[in-house]
Design a protein around this ligand. Structure first.
Ligand SMILES: [Zn+2]
Length: 306
């Protein structure tokens, strides 16, 4: 088990497979590889990773670039709801990342949405819903913060592949380990990482996700991480009764977004995933329904505890 990693980063500089696509880095050559921080340096608010744990590894340039682009956008999206008005540090960080209009060109300069490539500051959801109510026709304008579900799931896959590379290739209980070397090279293909839930803080109490967390709570923790001043968390658990167990995993980004899933074959859900209760939907009309969000009281939140 690798857990409580709250010290200096672990640097692994002799891995010969890209942890994300499995490309042989020794064939690619120096120019096609990069030093990769599994938790991107700009993913958390500025300075939050200084002196804190990270995993630094070699990766191919293509994966490193694609992951950095996702992290740039999702970092901002996850902070939008999480920077309370009272927290000046986070509000300023968010403002800086969102950017502003260039006075000369009139163009907006700031972080782009990872899916639309347009500025996130201009990417809020605006949707008009019209529905009939008795004899009245009611029109509701829903607006909300920008979302990037597809990118969130993709980024969670990168993070889980990165940490899996660590637990599969480096056997150590030594939390002070800072420089690692690996003869082994076990790589986790991205199609075995199956994200199941993407939840904002307002919906951490989602009944379906909570049930899965509860069913796997007795599993053996094989990786636990709280770093970046608590703004990045990860846990992985395996069923000790099975020799080839699926792995339950969860990530928490910027004290807001949680992505929860399994490592297993696609299309082959484990027993713990069967018959999960479904989330409650509220019908707006016969064709429109919204999912009810359920916040989670802090004392009921045990996900990242051992
Ligand atoms: Zn790669």
């Amino acid at each position: 088990m690798i857990t409580n990693l709250e010290t200096a980063p672990i640097v692994l500089d002799n891995n010969y497979l890209c942890p994300y696509c499995g490309a042989n880095l020794s064939i690619l050559g120096e120019k096609e590889t990069d030093v990769e921080h599994v938790i991107g340096r700009r993913f958390l608010p500025k300075g939050f990773l200084d002196g804190e744990w990270n995993f630094i590894i070699r990766a191919c340039k293509k994966c490193n670039g694609e992951k950095a682009k996702l992290e740039g956008g999702i970092s901002v999206i996850s902070l939008i709801d999480q920077a309370p008005a009272a927290n000046v540090e986070l509000r300023n960080e968010l403002k800086r990342k969102l950017g502003k209009k260039d006075a000369i060109t009139g163009k907006f300069r700031g972080a782009n949405h990872p899916e639309t490539n347009k500025p996130i500051a201009l990417s809020g959801i605006k949707e008009n819903i019209e529905f009939s109510f008795s004899n009245f026709k009611v029109s509701v304008a829903l607006s909300g913060p920008p979302q990037a579900m597809k990118s969130e799931l993709l980024l969670s896959t990168y993070h889980i592949q990165g940490f899996y590379y660590l637990i599969a290739n480096i056997e150590s209980n030594d939390a002070s380990l800072t420089k690692a070397s690996s003869e082994k090279c076990l790589f986790l293909p991205s199609n075995l990482v199956v994200p199941l839930f993407s939840l904002k803080k307002t919906d951490w109490g989602n009944v379906s996700a909570q049930e899965l967390i509860s069913r796997t709570s007795s599993w053996e923790t094989c990786f636990r991480l709280v770093t970046g001043k608590g703004f990045f968390k990860c846990i992985m658990r395996r069923d000790p009764s099975k020799s080839k167990s699926p792995i339950f995993w969860a990530l928490e980004w910027n004290n807001n977004l949680r992505i929860i899933g399994m490592i297993r074959e696609q299309g082959q859900p484990d027993m713990v995933e069967q018959n999960l209760p479904s989330a409650k939907f509220i019908n707006i009309d016969s064709s429109t329904r919204i999912c009810e969000e359920i916040p989670l009281p802090e004392h009921d939140d045990t996900l990242f505890l051992i």
